[in-house]
Write a protein of this length. Structure first.
Length: 220
């Protein structure tokens, strides 16, 4: 390809985290922990647990159960989760519009989350949010595998783990301080862009696409 010939750009692909990025999962997760606590007789401070959303379930269960019991408790939590957690969980402001903004630019939107994938799909279906792909069971740097597989140029999340996943994948890290990590913490972790929330994403994304199209970097 000659220097004068424009390269064919890859399809715009934007990845999104789920909990506290696309959905406010605190009410549902709190209800699921309360149900697990009642069933097992083990105290779980559900209000405290929902301040730590992002990392894998096993990490939270380790605060409340002996190590040997965690696998069984995790399985049970996932079993009862649909009964208690789907209905009370709302979309975050701007979530649907963010997905639609990617599509309006000819792109595809994927969800890459640490959540149990079947439960992630239940949340999205319940809320009428329809990404092009949903990939579960991936946390922090491990998210990079899915982001690379789908060729994501941008990954949007609320946690420093999401920032690490984006950077490991070589994607632009767009962070929203709508979860447990405040803006200074997200910036210190290496977020390239911090938006107030997802309502700001469509305008930012349109500008990003214009800048990419105008950049000499898109030429071979």
């Amino acid at each position: 390809m000659s220097p004068e010939t424009p390269a064919v750009p890859a399809q715009l692909t934007v990845g999104f985290d789920l909990d506290m990025t696309l959905i406010d999962s605190r009410p549902g997760i709190k209800a699921a922990y309360q149900a697990l606590s009642a069933e097992t007789g083990t105290f779980i401070d559900a209000d405290e647990a929902v301040t730590r959303l992002g990392p894998p379930l096993d990490e939270e269960l380790a605060y409340w159960f002996p190590e040997a019991e965690i696998p069984a408790m995790a399985d049970r939590y996932r079993e009862i989760y649909p009964t208690h957690a789907i209905e009370p969980t709302p979309a975050m402001p701007g979530a649907r519009e963010a997905i639609e903004a990617v599509r309006a630019l000819g792109g595809r939107a994927i969800v890459v989350t640490a959540k149990h994938e079947p439960n992630a799909r239940l949340h999205l279906a319940h809320l009428g949010i329809e990404p092009d792909a949903v990939i579960g069971w991936l946390w922090a740097e491990a998210k990079a595998a899915a982001l690379r597989e789908y060729g994501a140029q941008v990954y949007v999340g609320d946690h420093v783990g999401d920032v690490r996943g984006a950077r490991t994948a070589g994607a632009l890290s767009v962070a929203v301080p709508t979860g447990p990590c405040p803006e200074p913490e997200l910036r210190a972790a290496g977020a390239d862009v911090v938006l107030a929330d997802l309502t700001a994403l469509p305008q930012w994304l349109a500008g990003y696409v214009r800048a990419q199209a105008a950049s000499p970097a898109v030429r071979a």
